[in-house]
Design a protein around this ligand. Structure first.
Ligand SMILES: O=C[C@H](O)[C@H](O)[C@H](O)COP(=O)(O)O
Length: 241
């Protein structure tokens, strides 16, 4: 089974948790896209749900698949958010934002009773950090923000190169990547993040950092698809801890 088939399997398993009448957060990325497509098939067959997309790309996918959409201004909570991740550790802390959607993804996940992470099992790691950590920043004062981030890294026992993300493909190739919110992303190659909750807190305190890709205490479960089958890992601590 190839990687794409594994992603679709994880998405299909998460879809089993969806019930009639649910309000859903719809994640972003290649795995979440499978979920939106499968959900669209169920909606066509009569399932009644409504979704809040975490990016413009997902909004377009959901519309194409016939999934009814709303916003967090129109409804006050979500039952489940289903989203992919770039890395997942045994505490179900995540690195997200490889596709640049981390800000909306975090807002939507935080507004949800449960977050189910769907992934192929290559995303499962003992320690976060091999995947570059995305940090969404305001372009104004970037030099000062970078210095503050480096200081936070040193205080949290990590270090590594940071680079402004460039767009890939199309006529934007080589230009700075701009998020749906109009911000830039710094990708930090940290290798090993010894204390993700501490680093998350330190980064959140920096003016100029809009959001970062560490999702701490947000995921309720992870559905991992691999050659051996599907594993579902439940978070031990309550949401928010
Ligand atoms: O910004 C993008 C998201 O955080 C994605 O959920 C993450 O990058 C995983 O994407 P994929 O399912 O394509 O590996």
């Amino acid at each position: 089974m190839n990687m794409d088939q594994l992603k679709r399997q994880a998405a299909a398993r998460a879809l089993e948790e969806v019930r009639d009448g649910m309000q859903l957060g719809l994640g972003t990325g290649s795995t979440a896209k499978h979920f939106v497509e499968l959900l669209g098939e169920r909606v066509a067959a009569g399932l009644k749900v409504i979704g809040v997309p975490t990016s413009e790309a997902t909004r377009l996918d959901a519309m194409r698949c016939g999934v009814p959409l709303t916003t967090l201004d129109e409804i006050d909570h979500l039952d489940i958010t289903i989203d992919g991740a770039d890395e997942i550790d045994p505490e179900l802390n995540l690195i997200k934002g490889g596709g640049g959607a981390l800000l909306r993804e975090k807002i939507v996940a935080a507004a949800s009773d449960r977050m189910i992470v769907i992934a192929d099992d290559t995303k499962w790691v003992p320690t976060l950090g091999r995947f570059p950590l995305p940090i969404e920043v305001i372009p104004f004062g970037l030099g000062a923000t970078r210095r503050a981030i480096e200081k936070a890294f040193a205080e949290c026992g990590v270090s590594g190169q940071m680079a402004v993300r460039k767009a890939k493909g199309g006529d934007k190739d080589g230009h700075v990547f701009v998020t749906d919110g109009g911000h830039w992303i710094l990708d930090a190659q940290l290798g090993r993040i010894v204390d993700p909750p501490r680093l998350a807190k330190a980064l959140s305190a920096i003016p100029g950092v809009v959001e970062h890709g560490l999702f701490i205490g947000l995921a309720s479960s992870a559905v991992l698809a691999g050659g051996e089958g599907i594993r579902v890992i439940e978070r031990r601590k309550p949401k928010g801890d």
